[in-house]
Design a protein around this ligand. Structure first.
Ligand SMILES: [Zn+2]
Length: 323
């Protein structure tokens, strides 16, 4: 188009004259066309952007939708995990910790907020910030619950191990063989003294048995007395730890030494009638925190519930104190 010569009419000379175009004219013309073209292009480009997605935008939009779906699935999954954890917590507090005599862990410790309030601030600028924030909070909460739970189990494991030792040590059997319970003469409680004939308190349990009948240690422990003790004649005291001690009185023989470690069921002596006694029998006491307690509560490895009832009946109703 630029190659076609251009003319203009000279009215003074009444003729057409060919126009000589300068480089500047060319440049102006070029810039004008370029600018118009570019402007139109931009206008169409923006119209296109407004009404149609570019392939990249389209892909990102689809991915974003997919992510939202995935996040919601994650939330549902973490809801289910939370249910399981809550169940574990309840069993932990109400069963395991109760059995092992540990304080329950308070809810605010189990589900406390994470330190640092700006932890989720970076999400605020994003689209779907709520979805991101709530999901992250949920997962953080689960991590905390799981952490506290595992700590609790560590603690319980220690308690269980301790409990096993404790169970070995506590007095838990009768000190003489007494299958038919005929050897129980008298139990713990107020009695009439068989020698001085005055009301008194019997701090132990009497097992009538022939002289020399084996006497057993009722729990693991260390012998802290093996010899004569006023009123009890030949006596043995075992310290079981955990604030428990047992005393065996009126023995005919002593088969252990002070300082000796004994286990439950070890023969420690023979039944006799030494000291303040009216006939061959074993006087047996259980002490907790330095005070005598009723030995009937410490035969649980030995007696069925029925036998236990029978022993209580014999020792409290028909029993005769041998002291
Ligand atoms: Zn007695």
């Amino acid at each position: 188009m630029g190659k076609r010569p251009k003319y203009h009419f000279n009215s003074e000379l009444l003729r057409f004259e060919r126009i000589q175009r300068t480089t500047l004219d060319w440049l102006k013309s070029f810039l004008f066309h370029a600018f118009t073209g570019l402007s139109m292009g931009l206008v169409f480009f923006f119209i296109y952007l407004t009404f149609f997605d570019t392939p990249l935008t389209k892909r990102l939009r689809e991915e974003n939708e997919e992510l939202k779906v995935q996040y919601r699935l994650l939330q549902k999954q973490s809801d289910r995990v939370k249910e399981v954890l809550v169940d574990l917590q309840q069993r932990d507090n109400n069963l395991y910790r109760a059995i092992l005599e540990a304080e329950p862990i308070p809810a605010n410790v189990r589900e406390g907020e994470f330190a640092g309030t700006n932890r989720y601030a970076s999400f605020a600028k994003m689209n779907n910030s709520e979805l991101l924030k709530s999901t992250t909070q949920q997962i953080d909460g689960l991590s905390k619950m799981a952490y506290v739970q595992s700590k609790s189990y560590d603690e319980l494991l220690k308690l269980v191990k301790n409990k096993e030792v404790r169970l070995l040590c506590l007095p838990a059997i009768q000190p003489v063989l007494n299958r038919d319970l005929t050897r129980t003469a008298s139990g713990y409680g107020p009695r009439f003294d068989p020698i001085y004939h005055v009301p008194t308190f019997h701090y132990g349990m009497d097992f009538t048995s022939p002289t020399g009948t084996h006497v057993y240690a009722t729990g693991e422990g260390t012998v802290i007395l093996a010899g004569w003790k006023r009123g009890f004649g030949n006596a043995i005291i075992i310290n079981h730890g955990y604030n428990y001690q047992t005393l065996y009185g009126h023995l005919s023989s002593i088969k252990v030494r002070v300082g000796q470690r004994v286990r439950r069921g070890d023969i420690i002596g023979g039944v006799g009638s030494t000291g303040k006694s009216t006939g061959p029998h074993l006087h047996y006491e259980v002490h907790y925190q330095g005070k005598p307690v009723n030995p009937t509560n410490y035969y649980y490895l030995d007696l069925s519930p029925e036998e236990y009832d029978k022993m209580i009946q014999i020792s409290s109703n028909f029993g005769q104190t041998m002291d």
